[in-house]
Design a protein around this ligand. Structure first.
Ligand code: HEC
Ligand code: HEC
Ligand code: HEC
Ligand code: HEC
Ligand code: HEC
Ligand code: HEC
Length: 310
């Protein structure tokens, strides 16, 4: 009886550790004691990039698999789509349609058009909007760090959704893994309620969750009145932006009904088009231009109309 119990416990442990490993995806984590995976990204003596990365830098390494010409992953984050024939990886194939746009957007193209804004990890940015400073002001990343793919993702896997790092910009981050383990789904949002935590780590002062923040004079001292986030979508006559939408436009919600940062913004890059010739102050922060769509999901201020329908 005891032996059976021990065997059962061992079996359970194996199942648990196997499912933990597969929750990360690709070569990202779940390593064994004698894994070969390190060699896919590191060289011990002849590395071209710092931290012994085998390509010239972290961006080049990620793109060697995930970029336009990459053959090591089905998720093409450069052009923002999934294609199961790009690589031997089978992850996501069962739940993701070939050529479907990726949830994060694209770094070069999205929905077949060049991006008009992106989280630009290929230039050496060291500051982020509202990072420990007021909204509309740039604050330095922790420890003088440079913005890369590995500022947000842990290539060695993590307990978070989409291997989001457990510490981002010096801030402990939880973005609960609610997706489907090994099968993955790269074209349908299955966001946890705490999805905004990753954005909050670098843009802390944009994360305002108090009711009425759009009219609360106390907000002026931190950069201006601001749209509340992480609340239920319903307000006035708002319809469900995810299921009902407005004239064919939809916006995704986090958890059951929450308006997260990602409801209005894409994580990687957007090809939304913004009308030129707006007000004179139409430059980031506080505005958008034809060449800077502020990672917004829809053209111009389409995001406002999906919920408010004025
Ligand atoms: C998918 C690519 C990838 C794989 C696989 C990988 N690494 Fe890394 N590793 C990186 C990148 C990229 C960095 C640099 C991260 C940065 O730019 O901040 C790094 C950094 C590190 C660091 C220094 C920073 C830290 O996290 O402690 C160590 C140590 C390390 N890797 C060890 C390993 C070992 C051991 C393995 C195999 C079990 C491995 N890596 C597998 C991509 C990878
Ligand atoms: C600002 C943080 C951030 C940076 C920088 C970032 N990512 Fe992401 N990435 C995310 C988030 C958040 C998601 C989840 C998107 C979703 O589900 O809506 C994601 C999703 C992904 C996915 C899954 C496919 C998808 O689009 O949903 C891949 C692959 C990926 N990122 C790779 C990369 C690579 C490679 C880089 C660098 C070129 C990078 N990421 C830079 C935050 C980031
Ligand atoms: C050796 C190839 C390879 C390299 C290098 C690589 N990846 Fe991946 N990555 C994969 C594969 C394979 C998957 C599984 C999904 C797929 O096929 O696209 C994946 C999945 C992911 C995911 C989705 C994880 C999830 O929860 O589903 C993210 C995010 C990601 N990679 C980020 C990165 C980042 C950031 C780098 C650079 C530090 C990187 N990858 C480097 C092959 C690679
Ligand atoms: C690791 C830090 C980091 C994280 C995490 C992060 N960002 Fe950023 N973000 C930046 C940096 C750096 C910039 C560029 C600042 C600049 O233009 O100099 C930026 C710029 C932006 C911009 C302005 C883009 C433009 O072109 O005008 C928006 C919008 C934005 N981020 C939204 C988000 C959202 C939404 C999330 C969560 C999905 C997020 N950020 C997570 C670092 C981060
Ligand atoms: C209801 C939609 C919506 C939500 C939710 C939202 N944003 Fe924005 N965001 C915008 C719009 C629209 C802009 C363009 C500038 C403007 O109109 O103020 C913008 C601009 C930005 C910028 C660029 C700098 C600036 O002030 O113009 C950053 C950074 C940013 N948002 C971060 C965030 C973060 C972080 C969250 C979550 C805490 C978030 N946003 C939630 C709509 C939204
Ligand atoms: C996903 C749904 C959603 C989107 C998208 C959205 N809103 Fe809202 N909006 C809300 C909700 C919910 C509230 C109520 C917030 C609260 O409880 O304070 C609200 C409140 C407001 C208010 C009232 C603020 C106050 O304090 O009186 C204004 C004005 C507003 N939104 C304008 C906008 C604009 C402009 C945009 C586009 C940049 C936008 N909203 C996008 C859901 C949304």
């Amino acid at each position: 009886m005891k032996k059976v119990l021990i065997l059962l416990a061992l079996l359970l442990l194996m199942i648990v550790s196997f499912s933990l490993a597969s929750a990360n995806g690709g070569p990202h984590g779940g390593y064994t004691a004698t894994t070969d995976a390190c060699a896919g990204c590191h060289r011990a003596h002849t590395a071209e990039g710092p931290q012994l990365v085998k390509n010239t830098d972290t961006f080049a390494l990620c793109m060697s698999c995930h970029g336009t010409a990459g053959t090591g992953a089905d998720t093409n984050v450069d052009d923002g789509f999934f294609l199961s024939t790009r690589s031997p990886s089978t992850e996501g194939a069962a739940n993701t349609t070939d050529n479907a746009p990726l949830l994060g957007g694209g770094f070069a193209n999205y929905n077949g058009s060049p991006v008009t804004s992106e989280h630009d990890v290929n230039v050496a940015l060291t500051t982020a909007w509202g990072n420990g400073v007021n909204r509309g002001v740039l604050g330095p990343l922790a420890g003088g760090a440079t913005f890369t793919c590995a500022s947000c993702h842990d290539p060695h896997g993590s307990t978070n959704y989409r291997i989001i790092k457990e510490t981002v910009n010096g801030v402990a981050v939880t973005v609960t893994q609610v997706d489907e383990g090994a099968s993955k789904d790269y074209d349908t949002e299955q966001w946890p309620a705490d999805m905004s935590n990753v954005c909050k780590a670098c843009h802390s002062s944009y994360h305002v969750t108090t009711a009425g923040s759009g009219s609360d004079a106390a907000m002026v001292a931190t950069g201006g009145y601001t749209h509340r986030v992480d609340m239920a979508y319903n307000y006035g006559g708002n319809v469900n932006p995810e299921t009902t939408g407005y004239l064919g436009s939809f916006l995704p919600l986090a958890g059951a009904d929450l308006v997260a940062c990602s409801t209005c913004h894409l994580s990687h890059g957007s090809s939304a088009s913004m009308a030129a010739g707006g007000p004179a102050d139409d430059a980031t922060p506080g505005g958008t231009t034809a060449t800077d769509s502020a990672l917004l999901r829809l053209d111009n201020r389409g995001v406002c109309e999906v919920c408010h329908q004025k």
